[in-house]
Design a protein around this ligand. Structure first.
Ligand code: ADP
Ligand code: MG
Ligand code: MG
Length: 874
């Protein structure tokens, strides 16, 4: 028979999966001999059983709960529902990972019309008894029965008004007694049945409500954002009540063993006299800093301090503790590893190493890679943020905070920014490569459409610019120069603010603060490099990105998307000429114009990377993406090219594809137009020869995209090798270079052994690989993925975290097949997943040699790679 219920004294901290974090730590504190009000934990397995049984707690589990209740009554020496000295409990949810969005705690459960009298008599404090009952009724109705607490708050306010008082505490016992009757009537009216008087019924209802809350929308959203699996379930803790509201020798508080915002080694927290749990957070009265407890009650303070340091020593991490004092006696209600800012996380990790508590490896594991984001990007002033008006939420596509004036076109972004230097935010339905210059000058980017790998998201992450993508409630009226969200309009020039880390959009200016990189940061990075085996490269398309990448510690470029260079000022017309060319001669003429530009880009890129490898991907996107769409642009281009407008228009129509993502792109372009690959090869090789003359040792890596068959690769590789060798021979130098391919079409993964005959390296392009494996468009999937989450078909966005089961299987297969043909094949990843910690762990585990990510993610990747190798050494 499965054991579904554990007394606190039966558990320990290692049973977190079964007992949840809160339950496991209450058990651990109990076994450490600390003063913990006793109780029991209903396991996460019971939660899963509840769902497996059609949302019912089966009799066996109910029986185990009742048994545990009986044993706890013996320990405490009170009886549930006793009318003289009632045993009261709190019911507290507690999952494996701490999870806001779950059910609120219910206090004082077990009270009813009869036991409230006993409690009043026993404590000689009827006010306290009725106050406890009133609170319990309200919490139970709200949390368990879904009757909004507003109904009860209204009665409370009315009562205060009648009595002419302001504070709850000014109501006396009789007022509260009357209020209890009014609450009961209200409950009956709204629920259609009386407030449950049987404590056991109250208890089972409350436990059921905790299980139910595991599946509420808030919890589901939180889980998805934090990759917490649904199947973990939540545990429920039933704990005997202690009362902080029994007078001035009682109180309640929270404290951290170190300062959670700076990491300073000092006891930090606050407490409130004569108060119960929720009063501290509710802000009814202002709590006192914990340091004052030292004056108020030195011996109690000392006891608490001893427990705090014992806990920190025991858990070897900063602790976040909740405590209550009942008539001068201290009780511990919770401890856990405390949440902290990134800055504090670094300081605490490093201090704990200095103090000899942790090894460097252990310290690294104390810092969440994702957390580093906040050290690398501007953030909102916390105070300003708290007051800001939230207008909508989209995808948290690229982290950081931005405030600026709304603009709707790239051109206006540049104009406005240049005019007065004040920040702008580019708001668009979705961005396209043509917007690049406007994106560069913008402080933030907001799009109404598109997912985590949409153009806006990818480019913004690359630039380290804050971006909220796919904010579906936003309607953009570009021509009229406004956007609308829930009935409100924001015009060009209006201030808005974006939080790219949460996806939140605010309808006003919110002050931001700059990122600062500290000495602690450098220390952490040095340790990370010591323990990782994965190399970290960056996706960088231009010298500016490469510089950032190098500064953040990238050892090479894993992906340079050459087409992004084409959109820079002064180049696009040459590119357009190349595309619209009607024959090879015309095309070659245009390519001659592009060659020196590409070459000089590559020279700069190589220089920025100071000899580290640079992987250059040949032209990839469908050509029509480069062509003008507006009539006047078409006319201007036609004039430039010396051809009639209608001829150009015809070419543009001809290039149109109904499915461009599956169209004439990638390697297919070089097969139709080998002269493009020729030109790109000359640029890559000539640039390398030139910088190597200056004493560098660049070994270029040429990467052919979208290959699905070895013959495609072979055809283009022959062009590349022939061209490269001619250039090298002519220059009369020696130059090593490599030709490889992206693995981004499922067929390429399946035939990786054949492809490895020609490819010297593989780089997994997991954006396309995900898109093509699932068969859904990465730009449109956002529209229906929400339904998938809701219906529990998917738990995660496969564009944010590698789908290890499906896409991952293809990757594993390709790694294995590739190595069979070419044991020393170099393997990397250059999709957006290359910067995602859990995907990095996967890449480590399947044996890749490097991950490549956007420059601002490099530090995160360095730490994540260290985590991966510490957890699973290779
Ligand atoms: P959360 O996870 O939201 O912090 P908790 O379950 O920790 O919720 O409960 C919130 C607060 O309720 C606690 O900090 C404590 O003050 C109070 N509380 C919970 N259980 C008890 C109890 N058995 N006795 C007294 N107060 C309690
Ligand atoms: Mg708590
Ligand atoms: Mg691709």
């Amino acid at each position: 028979m499965t054991k579904y219920v554990y007394l606190f004294k039966e558990g320990n901290a290692d049973m977190r999966n079964l007992l949840g974090g809160k339950g496991a730590n209450l058990a651990e504190m109990t076994s450490l001999g600390m003063p913990v009000p006793q109780g029991f934990t209903v396991t996460t397995e019971a939660c899963n059983a509840y769902y497996d049984n059609g949302k019912v707690i089966v009799d066996d589990i109910i029986k185990q709960i009742n048994d545990a209740l009986g044993k706890t009554e013996k320990i405490v020496g009170k009886k549930f529902g006793d009318s003289n000295d009632p045993f009261l409990v709190s019911v507290r949810s507690g999952a494996r990972a701490s999870m806001p969005g779950m059910m609120d705690t219910i206090l004082n459960l077990g009270l009813n019309d009869e036991s409230v009298l006993g409690l009043a008599k026993l404590t000689n404090n009827p006010r306290f008894a009725y106050d406890s009952y009133r609170r319990f009724m309200q919490m139970f109705a709200d949390v368990v029965m879904d009757i909004s607490k507003d109904n009860f708050e209204a009665l409370l306010s009315a009562k205060k008004k009648v009595k002419g008082v302001v504070q709850d505490t000014e109501l006396d016992a009789n007022d509260l007694k009357a209020l209890v009757s009014e609450y009961k009537a209200k409950y009956l009216e709204l629920k259609g049945e009386p407030f449950p008087q049987d404590p056991k019924e109250q208890l089972i209802e409350a436990i059921t409500a905790v299980f139910r809350s595991w599946d509420n929308p808030r919890a589901n959203t939180y889980r998805r954002l934090n990759s917490i699996p649904y199947e973990w379930g939540t545990a429920v803790n039933v704990q005997s009540m202690v009362f902080g509201n029994m007078g001035d020798d009682s109180g309640t508080g929270v404290a951290f063993t170190r300062n959670p915002s700076t990491g300073e080694n000092e006891l930090y927290g606050e407490y409130l006299f004569n108060a119960q749990g929720e009063d501290v957070v509710a802000g009814i009265r202002t709590p006192k800093p914990i340091a004052e407890l030292k004056q108020d009650n030195p011996s109690l303070y000392k006891e608490f301090q001893d427990i705090a340091s014992k806990l920190e020593e025991h858990y070897r991490d900063m602790q976040d503790m909740e405590f209550t004092i009942e008539r001068g006696k201290l009780y511990m209600l919770q401890t856990r590893n405390g949440k902290r800012t990134a800055q504090a996380a670094l300081k605490i990790a490093i201090d704990l190493v200095k103090e000899g508590v942790l090894s460097e490896k252990e310290a690294l594991l104390k810092v969440e890679p994702k957390q580093l984001d906040s050290l690398l990007h501007p953030q909102f002033e916390p105070k300003a943020l708290a007051e800001a008006k939230l207008i909508t939420t989209g995808l948290n596509a690229s982290p950081g905070a931005a405030t600026g004036r709304v603009v709707f076109t790239a051109d206006r972004a540049k104009e406005l920014k240049e005019k007065d230097g004040l920040p702008v935010i580019l708001v668009r339905e979705e961005t396209s490569p043509e917007d690049i210059e406007g994106m560069i000058v913008s402080s933030g980017i907001l799009t109404a459409r598109g997912g985590m790998t949409s153009h806006a998201a990818v480019v913004a992450r690359g630039m380290g610019t804050c971006c909220v993508a796919g904010a579906g409630q936003v309607h953009v009226y570009e021509d009229e120069k406004y956007f609308e969200v829930s009935g409100e309009k924001y015009y060009e020039g209006d201030w808005i603010s974006l939080d790219g880390s949460t996806g939140k959009v605010y309808g006003e200016k919110v002050e931001t603060q700059d990122a600062t990189v500290s000495e602690d940061f450098e220390t952490l990075m040095t340790w990370s490099d010591k323990f990782r085996v994965l190399d970290i490269r960056a996706n960088a398309d231009n010298p500016r990105d490469a510089k950032v990448a190098y500064r953040y510690g990238a050892h090479g470029i894993g992906l340079c998307r050459t087409e992004h260079m084409f959109f820079e000022e002064g180049r696009i017309s040459a590119v357009r000429e190349m595309i619209a060319a009607k024959n090879q001669a015309e095309r070659k003429k245009a390519l001659e114009k592009i060659l020196p530009m590409q070459k000089s880009d590559f020279i700069e890129l190589y220089k920025e990377m100071k000899g580290y490898p640079v992987t250059i991907r040949y032209l990839d996107p469908p050509l029509h993406e480069f062509l003008p769409t507006e009539q006047d642009d078409i006319e201007a281009l036609a004039k430039d090219m010396g051809i009639p407008t209608n001829e150009l228009t015809a070419t543009i129509i001809e290039l149109h594809e109904s499915n461009p993502m599956l169209g004439h792109r990638g390697v297919r372009l070089s097969i139709t137009y080998p002269e493009i690959a020729e030109m790109q090869t000359r640029a890559v090789i000539e640039a390398a020869i030139e910088v190597n003359k200056e004493g560098m040792n660049v070994i270029p890596e040429i990467m052919i995209p979208l290959v699905g068959d070895v013959k495609e690769l072979k055809y283009v590789k022959d062009v590349v090798v022939k061209t490269a060798n001619e250039v090298i021979k002519k220059a009369n130098v020696k130059l090593e270079y490599h030709v490889g391919t992206m693995i981004e079409i499922p067929r390429a993964a399946i035939l990786a052994d054949e492809i490895a005959k020609e490819a010297e390296f593989f780089s997994f392009g997991t954006n396309d690989l995900t898109q093509m494996t699932f068969g859904f468009s990465r730009d449109d999937a956002g529209k229906f993925l929400a339904d998938y989450y809701e219906k529990k078909i998917f738990e995660n966005d496969p564009f944010a975290h590698i789908d290890q089961k499906g896409v991952g299987k293809l990757m594993k297969m390709a790694v294995q097949l590739g190595k069979e043909t070419r044991p020393d094949i170099k393997l990397g990843i250059c999709g957006e997943h290359g910067g995602d910690p859990q995907s990095i762990e996967f890449c480590h585990n399947i044996g890749l040699s490097y991950v490549s990510c956007s420059p601002f993610r490099v530090p995160i990747a360095r730490l994540a790679a260290a985590h991966a190798n510490i957890k699973n050494p290779r």
